[in-house]
Design a binder for this molecule. Structure first.
Ligand SMILES: Cc1cc2nc3c(=O)[nH]c(=O)nc-3n(C[C@H](O)[C@H](O)[C@H](O)COP(=O)(O)OP(=O)(O)OC[C@H]3O[C@@H](n4cnc5c(N)ncnc54)[C@H](O)[C@@H]3O)c2cc1C
Length: 325
């Protein structure tokens, strides 16, 4: 039987997340190469905008307007809606490696007894079996795991596919919510924005990163300035986070966020392998470091050897000058 792949779409500020668009592209490709189908699911208090955006990638999107999903923890509601769709022959569920995506994967695993393959960086078919690639050991190795079952749940990392629309918008079906979450969902009493988490690192096209080399919290003023000038978002190494110079929400790496921007620009970051695990999928890497032997040179497309406190302001001034002030 040809596979049916279900994409669990996530919404941020009313829009489909970049990661969900990438997963949808991956799913559409997997469906196309296997003679199967792919569909998407959006569960949100106001799902219409994101559902239409997801339909740019998939032939069919189920849109569920769920007030409860906003008033309560989201994942049990999203998992309940996903479970309803399984009756329609869904064989594989794809979710993001976000907190919510992982929660949905875990809940469906418990509810259905399906296996979960985590952190997919790519997927293909070998005959009728899904083969999932994952980057492990902080980028040192890639595993290939074959799903020896007709069904599976897969969590997908940023960059597994470039988000490319299908060219023909899919059909959006609006549905009433299932009513009960897959497990009792805790009520959300208050939402508090984590300091520094306003702008999404994972969604950013430009990420400017400060490391221990910036020397203190005031060093991040330069990083923030460059990020602002380039329309980007500020990130940090763990050394800067551990020093208390910037909140953990900004950390990139093995134990932080995974980013894949068009441009990654670092100042005073050595490029340790645990940091690389979070940025090695960046399309263009520029690094400013005063040590010509810093490991970041190995992965930089442009490596600037110099004092960041000289090069950084000069770069800011040049960007301003080219913009006419
Ligand atoms: C289990 C585990 C998980 C980890 N997870 C992460 C993670 O998620 N993210 C992460 O980032 N790290 C992580 N680490 C830590 C990682 O190993 C490194 O210690 C860390 O990335 C180093 O941060 P850094 O590059 O800012 O600092 P350093 O390695 O100290 O490098 C600072 C760099 O700044 C340069 N520099 C100093 N002054 C200047 C200047 N004035 N101008 C220009 N350059 C200058 C120096 O030459 C140096 O290369 C993890 C470690 C472990 C063991």
């Amino acid at each position: 039987m040809p596979p049916t792949l279900l994409v669990i779409g996530e919404v941020a500020d009313g829009h489909l997340t970049k990661l969900s668009a990438e997963i949808a592209t991956l799913a559409a490709g997997l469906a196309g190469s296997s003679g199967g189908t792919a569909l998407g699911l959006i569960v949100d208090a106001a799902p219409d905008g994101a559902a239409a955006e997801l339909a740019a990638y998939l032939p069919r999107v189920v849109s569920v307007a769920s007030a409860a999903a906003a008033d309560e923890v989201w994942a049990p509601h999203a998992a309940a809606e996903a479970r309803r769709l399984l009756d329609e022959g869904v064989t594989h569920v794809l979710a993001g490696v976000t907190n919510d995506g992982r929660d949905v994967a875990g809940l469906l695993c418990g509810a259905l007894g399906w296996g979960v393959l985590a952190n997919a960086a790519g997927a293909t078919w070998e005959g009728e079996r899904l083969v999932v690639e994952a980057v492990v050991l902080a980028g040192k190795a890639i595993t290939r795991s074959t799903v020896d079952a007709p069904s599976a749940i897969v969590t997908v990392t940023p960059g597994a596919a470039d988000a490319v629309g299908s060219g023909a918008p899919g059909r959006v079906e609006s549905r009433e919510p299932a009513g009960s979450p897959v497990v009792p969902a805790a009520r959300v009493l208050e939402r508090v924005a984590e300091a520094g988490a306003e702008a999404s690192l994972e969604e950013a096209n430009v990420v400017v990163v400060g490391g221990r080399g910036v020397g203190g919290p005031e060093g991040f003023e330069l990083v923030d300035e460059l990020a602002g000038l380039l329309g980007g978002v500020t990130g940090a190494s763990r050394a800067a986070v551990d020093a208390g110079w910037i909140p953990y929400a900004r950390q990139i790496g093995q134990t932080g966020k995974v980013v894949r921007p068009a441009l990654y620009l670092s100042l005073g970051v050595s490029g340790a392998m645990q940091h690389r695990a979070g940025m090695q999928g960046s399309q263009n890497v520029i690094a400013i470091n005063r040590d010509p032997d810093a490991p970041v040179a190995e992965i930089a497309d442009l490596f600037v050897v110099g004092d960041l406190f000289a090069v950084g302001p000069a770069l800011s001034a040049e960007i301003r000058a080219r913009r006419g002030g």
